[in-house]
Design a protein around this ligand. Structure first.
Ligand SMILES: [Zn+2]
Length: 364
């Protein structure tokens, strides 16, 4: 079993609680009582529900589209350099967000929820739309204007009600918050079940790589993958399966870098203000204090990269046969920078390719 706990007042909420905040206003977290045990992995299940025994689910039904177990390939074809790419881009809707959506929507189904709302720059919206379609749940998705056509079209084809809000990402979030007063909020950053899906990224690495990499480099907006990975590695640590967790590095865009600003002060100046890496254009990540704690505890660092560096990294990935959207090229750009700065530990480095470059060009 598991506990639904308020991160602020530490109160335990009933498991069938449908709100996304504690009555005190605090963000919610989940504490698992079942510790990760290798012999309790459901080996014949090749989706992330192979970890079903360590997920906060009470029923038997699974809303799955075959997500998880994404490939890990060497960055260089000769495999000599110890950099590995984890191709989250090969997920059912083309991003790691499918991990969170699979667990969140499975849980929503268990709770008997018939309608959800979400706001997104595109990938989380596509994932929630797809898993809702699979579950027979109706979904309303708010996206900011300027969202790539490929993502808009995908959300609509999955049958979700799509609302394009004027203004930036924050405006879409505000519109969703109003709707969330009456509809279950399937948020990829408020809803704690989402992070229980993204934590499986860490479990998988543990199964795929032994020993675990020295570092993982993750693009950071709302911290959906960053915090998920941190939760997963923390559980492996408390299960005694690893001695230390990989250093978790986060990379932000110089155009929008609230974590960097909080920890380092001034953001390096850039004359290119295009909101290219749209997936991480988050001015006010609601879980920023948790992200800071995870970064400090894992021994990681935060760096910022420019649009020029992101585009260069994206071209570099395409030149190696890998289709990544701009946001998904951010960690490779970060890797080049961290390497130059001498901040990376010795040993293997894992870089997730968080979103596919197949959903259409432009900002994404
Ligand atoms: Zn509370």
């Amino acid at each position: 079993m598991f506990k639904l706990i308020c991160n602020n007042c530490r109160k335990e909420l009933p498991l069938d609680f449908r709100g996304f905040l504690c009555p005190c206003g605090g963000l919610l977290g989940i504490e698992m009582e079942k510790v990760f045990q290798p012999d309790r992995i459901i080996g014949q299940d090749l989706s992330l529900f192979r970890y079903g025994n360590f997920l906060p689910l009470t029923g038997e039904e699974r809303v799955s589209l075959g997500e998880g177990m994404t490939p890990l390939i060497p960055y260089h074809a000769d495999g000599k350099e110890e950099v590995l790419l984890k191709l989250e881009s090969l997920s059912p809707t083309g991003s790691f967000k499918d991990r969170g959506a699979a667990v969140l929507i499975t849980r929503a189904k268990e709770l008997g929820i018939g309608q959800v709302v979400e706001d997104s720059s595109g990938n989380a919206g596509s994932a929630i739309a797809a898993y809702s379609a699979r579950a027979g749940i109706s979904a309303r998705i708010f996206v900011p204007e300027g969202t790539s056509e490929g993502k808009l079209s995908l959300i609509k084809k999955f049958g979700a009600e799509l609302t394009i809000t004027p203004g930036g990402r924050d405006e879409a979030a505000k519109a969703a918050l109003i709707e969330a007063k009456k509809t279950y909020y399937a948020s990829h950053y408020y809803n704690p079940y989402f992070f229980q899906g993204t934590k499986t990224f860490a479990y998988e690495l543990w199964e795929q790589l032994n020993p675990l990499p020295a570092a993982v480099i993750i693009p950071l907006g709302n911290g959906t993958l960053y915090l998920g990975a941190y939760i997963g590695f923390s559980e492996l640590l408390s299960a005694g399966l690893i001695e230390r967790m990989p250093e978790l590095f986060s990379v932000q865009s110089a155009v929008c870098a609230p974590l960097y600003k909080k920890l380092k002060g001034e953001i390096p100046e850039s004359n290119d203000s295009r909101r290219l890496a749209q997936g991480i254009m988050i001015e006010n990540p609601v879980r920023l204090p948790e992200i800071v704690e995870a970064l400090n505890r894992s021994g990681g660092e935060v760096v910022v990269v420019s649009n020029y560096e992101i585009e260069k990294a994206q071209r570099e990935l395409f030149s190696k046969g890998i289709a990544a959207e701009p946001t998904a090229a951010v960690p490779l750009a970060g890797y080049f920078l961290l390497n130059k700065m001498g901040l990376l530990p010795r040993g293997r480095i894992v870089i997730p390719i968080t979103g596919s470059g197949l959903k259409g060009g432009g900002y994404a």
